[in-house]
Structures are given as structure tokens and as C-alpha cells.
Ligand binder design. Structure first.
Ligand code: ATP
Ligand code: MG
Length: 143
């Protein structure tokens, strides 16, 4: 297994419900290290660009609206097999289908308002990290 980096977002519903600490605790307990973090309120243009891959999907407009309703926290997670580990901790997109103990099953309200985002592959992780962070904003752990 390789050391990977992945992009995580706590979405507006997660921030609103004061779940930042709960979500971070799950990352840290799984051995994932936060090596960059930033709070921002996405503009419509930013949300459209971030989710451009879904632009033909019926839920795209609502997704963009939801992602701009409040601030989000974006972070870079690093660790062994980080992309898959992170996706496992998040659980399935639809909280009703997510395994017990996952973030979405435990904390999410619906398939849309599902608290977190996580990159799904090495190439998308690289692109999504650079969407939010300059290289100088990423802090590799020196201890
Ligand atoms: P994410 O990309 O946010 O990590 P995901 O990879 O599990 O989630 P995607 O299929 O990439 O799921 O969908 C992106 C986001 O769009 C979902 O997290 C959810 O917020 C929203 N979404 C996905 N499917 C639906 C749907 N059928 N109805 C409403 N919203 C949806
Ligand atoms: Mg996705």
C-alpha cells in the first residue's frame, strides 16, 4: 500500500450541525493525518466548477445550491491508502445504504445533505487538492 493524499470537505450541513470535531476525530482515529485545512464559503461558480463532473445529472443544480448555503471546511488527509480509507469512513452516498459506524450513516440527513465529500481516485484527489490549496498551504508532517 502507498501513502496517498486525498481531499475531504465537511459540507455546509456538517459545519452547521457542529460536526467538525466529530468528523476530524474519525479521521484521526483511522490514522489519517490532516496536513492542510481551510474554511471558506463557496461561490456558485466555485461549486459549479468543483462538481462539473456531475453537470448533466438531474441533481446538479440542487447540489450547487446546497454547497453554497454555508461555509465548508476543506482538508487534505494523508496516510496509507488514504483515498479508500477515507471513502470507507464516509460510507455510501445515501446514508440509508451506508454501513453503521460511518459518518454518513451516523450523521447525515439525506442522499444530498450527506455531510462530507471525499476524492474517489488518485487523479481526482490531485485535482481536487489543487482546487483548494496551493502547494505552500500543504504542511507535510515533520513529527
Ligand atoms: P462526494 O463526491 O460528495 O464525495 P459521492 O462520491 O459519494 O459524494 P457522487 O455520486 O460523487 O457521490 O455525488 C456527489 C454529491 O452529489 C453527493 O455527495 C450528494 O451530495 C449529491 N448527490 C448524489 N446523488 C444524488 C441524488 N440522487 N440526489 C441528490 N443529491 C445527490
Ligand atoms: Mg463523488
Amino acid at each position: 500500500m502507498a501513502i496517498e493524499r486525498t481531499l475531504s470537505i465537511i459540507k455546509p450541513d456538517g459545519v452547521q450541525k457542529n460536526l467538525i470535531g466529530d468528523v476530524y476525530r474519525r479521521f484521526e482515529q483511522a490514522g489519517l493525518k490532516i496536513i492542510a485545512a481551510r474554511m471558506l464559503h463557496l461561490t456558485t461558480a466555485q461549486a459549479e466548477a468543483f462538481y462539473a463532473v456531475h453537470r448533466e445529472r438531474p441533481f446538479y443544480k440542487d447540489l450547487v445550491r446546497y454547497m453554497t448555503t454555508g461555509p465548508v471546511i476543506a482538508q487534505v488527509l494523508e496516510g496509507e491508502n488514504a483515498i479508500e480509507t477515507h471513502r470507507k469512513i464516509m460510507g455510501a452516498t445515501d446514508p440509508k445504504k451506508a454501513d453503521p459506524g460511518t459518518i454518513r450513516r451516523d450523521l447525515a440527513a439525506s442522499i444530498e445533505e450527506n455531510v462530507v465529500h471525499g476524492s474517489d481516485a488518485v487523479e481526482t484527489a490531485r485535482q481536487e487538492i489543487s482546487f483548494f490549496f496551493a502547494q505552500a498551504d500543504v504542511c507535510p508532517r515533520t513529527r
